[in-house]
Each structure stands twice: as structure tokens, then as C-alpha cells.
Design a protein around this ligand. Sequence first.
Ligand code: TRP
Length: 459
Amino acid sequence: MVSKAQPDDAGGKEPRGQWNSRIGYILAMVGSAVGLGNIVRFPFVTSSNGGGVFVLIYLIAVLLIGIPMVLAELTLGRRSKRNVVDTFRNLGNRRWALLGLFFIFFNVYIMAWYSVIGGWTLIYLLDGFSNAYFADPTSFFSAVTEGPRALLFHAIFISIAIGIVAGGVSEGIEPAVIILMPLLILVMVGLAIYGITLDGAGEGLSFYLQPDLSDVSGGTIVAAVGQAFFSMSIGFGALLTYASYMSRDSDLNEDGVTVGLSDTGVALLAGFVMFPLLGVIGILGTAAVAEGGIGVAFLSLPVAFGTIGGTLGTGVAVGFFFLLFAAALSSAISLLEVGVGWLTDRGYARWKSALVLGLLMYCLGIAMAFSSPILDLAAGALTDVFVIFGALIIAVFLGWYYERYLDEDPGEEMDRGAGSIRLGRASYFMIKWIIPAVLVVLLSLAVLNVAGVEVMSGA
Ligand code: TRP
């Protein structure tokens, strides 16, 4: 991602990397945003939050809260040219830097469960060759996604991520995203069209697309905002870290909107793949889907592969899971890079930093590889809590403290270098007056939800 060290124009002592090209960092950000969140977590939260109505709220959350928050993170990173902890220290003070440490913890936490599911994509890739899950996806799913094999592939997945990040985050990520991402989209479009022609698909489509407003609860909104943040990689300092390698007059608005909209496009597309298939096997809204938990995508996809059948079915299965694995890996790299960026800025060797953080992530994931209820809680409700909390810290900092500490208008800073798209003023307004209030309410609901308090139906 980053070329040889360049003099650091923020006045720091150590030389620091820069992006090779604009297209390079846009691709790396899209690579971070598009991942298991879009293809695995989005169908899961959509199916457990009423379908169409969730999708509607999700889209509103992306536009009104998500995009301004993307700009906020990018602005902070570009302004400070530092990792997330030192961004809060340099632009704020020591106390803010302590809050910045939460972000490192969040990344370790997310990566723990992310890597377990990343391991599943490898299992499905390998077992695709023998069509192992075509006939009975549900029993296959429960057999392989919990237990020693899941743990082994969690270890393999995280080792690959450590290897790439230790190597200096790849020069390889740019070509990988340029080639693999369009292929993934192409295969998904193909699967969506194929799935929609199958018997029973209509029921799935209407679950996905017809909002039933009576289903809305506080829980739906928490899940929608949490998913929007998660999917766009907001609230954990990943975008901030990537933006810290940008030059100060790059066009954040255009880049932020590109990343936000392409991410949302891929999520919606994933819904068009999964829901018709869930309709085909007739398990929409049933116990099987609930039991699938975060794995609903792994229950629905094999239906398509199985009915395609033959060599083609095998090929599509293997190809799809390879591309999903690649998408998961490019996101995982950004999760690991946040902590590694912090440690290397403090003078630790890159490989040591990646190894130590990676081991922590691995250990935290062990319980999740053995218990799907733990995994579902970790990847679902608890992730919403953390991601909303992280976004709240960023919103409060940019909305209420940035101007005080730096004597600069953050809205103007957001628009610095902008071309025709200028969302700085409107975003600053939202981030100051609306978003923190909304997030405080949602955070309280999300915490109650984890505590198991039944204030929310449907979640
Ligand atoms: N956005 C990624 C996905 O949808 C996951 C991810 C990568 C992420 N980096 C992040 C989420 C940083 C939050 C913060 O799969």
C-alpha cells in the first residue's frame, strides 16, 4: 500500500510512507470496506431484523450518518498524518490519546471473529472441490463451523494476514483489488440473476425488498446504523489510518463518496444473491435461518451451486469462495494495520508488531471458533456496541473539540482539495448537532441489548 518512506510533512521526526497513487488508496479503502460485512453480515442482520424495513433504514443511515462519518475519519487522518492513537494526541491531548487506545482494542476484537469466519471461507473453498456441502448445506455448516477444524482455519487465515501486513502491507493489494473485486461483483451478479429464476425466489425477494413499517423498533435502528458503520469500516480508525498516508490536498469528498457508495452497492447486491436462495429452500424467517446465525450466507449459497450442478457448479462454488476469501483478506489487512501502524509509529518493527497483535487476535478468537452462540454475540450485538462507541468518539472530537484545539473550521478542512462534491459544511453540521445525539441513544440501546434486556423486539 505504501511506498518507500517520504519526508513527513506534518513535522514528525520519523519518515513516513505515502500512497503510490490516488487510485491505489481508493482501492485499498474499497478493499477494506468490502468484505465479510457486505456478503456475510449484511444478509444476517437483514434477515434477523425484518428484511425490507431494515434495508430501508440501512440506506438512510448510510446517507445521513455513514457518509459524514467517513469524511470525519478521513479528515482526521489526513490532518494529523498519524496512527489513530497519536492522531488524538496530536490534534487533541493525552486524555484523548487514551480513548484512542480503545480503537486498537476494537480492531483486535473485530479481527478475532472476522478471522474465524475468514477461516470458513477457506473451508468452503477447499470442500467446494468435492461438492461436500451441495446436498445438505445445513448439516455441513454446523459440522464444520464449530470445533477444531474451524480453529485450524482461523489460525491459517490470521497467519496469512500477519504475513501480508508484516511484509509492509502489500504492493500486492492494489492489483488484487483491481482484478478480484470486479470479478467478485461479476460472479455475484451472475448468481443473483440465476437465483432469481429459481422456483420460490419471489418469496425471498419480497422479504428483502418490501418494507413492513410495523417491524421497526429501536433494535432495527441500532442494527442498521451498526451495520452501516461496520460495512464502511467506520469507527475503528481504519479509514483514519489509511488517510494518514494521503497528502493534505487530496480530494476526500470524492474518495469518501466513492468508497461509501461502492460498499453499499456490494451489500445490496449480496442481498439479491442470498434472499432469493433462502426463498428457494423455503427457510426464510425460520429456525434454520436463526440457527445459521451469522452464517446464513453459507446456508443459502450452496443452494445455487447445487442446482447449477456438475463441473460448472463446482467451479462457481470454488471461484466464489476464493473471491470471498480475497475480499475478507483485504478487509482483515486493514483491521490489523490500525494497530500495526500505531506500533510502528512508536518504533517497533513491523513484523513484530503484526505478530504480537495477530497472536492476540488469534487467542481471542479461540472461544468463538468453538461456540457459535459466542460467535454470534461477538459478531452481532457486541460489535454494534463497539462500532457505535468508536464512531461517537470520532463525532464528538470532530464536532466539538477540533475547532477549539486547532482553531480551524473542520468543515473547511473536510472540503480542502475538494472538486465539485463538497459535503464538508453539511457533514460538520450533522456531526456536531445530530449524529452525537443519535449515537448516544443508540449506544444505550445497544448496551441494553447485549445485557439481554428486552427493550427491543426483533433484535
Ligand atoms: N468493512 C469490512 C467489512 O465489511 C470490515 C472492516 C475492515 C472493518 N476494517 C474495518 C470494520 C475497520 C470496522 C472497522 O467486511
